[in-house]
Design a protein around this ligand. Sequence first.
Ligand SMILES: [Zn+2]
Length: 159
Amino acid sequence: MTRSQEIDVTENSLVGELKKHIGAGRIRFQQERHTDHLLGMEINGVTVTEDLQVLVLELSKLSPRPITITSVIRGGRGHHSLGRAVDLNEDVAPVLLPLIGTPDPVERLSIDELIFDAGTVGKTNRNLWNFDRGKPHSYGETTLAQHRNHIHFSVRHRG
Ligand SMILES: [Zn+2]
């Protein structure tokens, strides 16, 4: 069975919507394998959660410019290894984060973590749009330093 056939078997309306946005160039990928991750392919026993797919679709709808995904499932610790996190290229930060990094959208979209160093786009409050466990949060220097060239999102665990 080919990759595309496997994806078709599990296709639902959410995956269909994501494919439309991908086809329209609204959701882009730094590496081709990130497309498979987002559309639900199992990677070492891990698949992305439906909440994460919903989040990416909403980010695409909200963003005035196309979004570029730079990481989805990867090894190690943390939410990426659980299929609950996605990284975006930082180019959309100034236009997208004011629309998403506030309590209402964070609650509505079940966001757990949102991490980006707003100092890189000239904001005095480097934690301006940051959340942890769904609440506004000030990350320390080490974490901020790791989130200057991408925006990290994770969704909450259900269960
Ligand atoms: Zn990340």
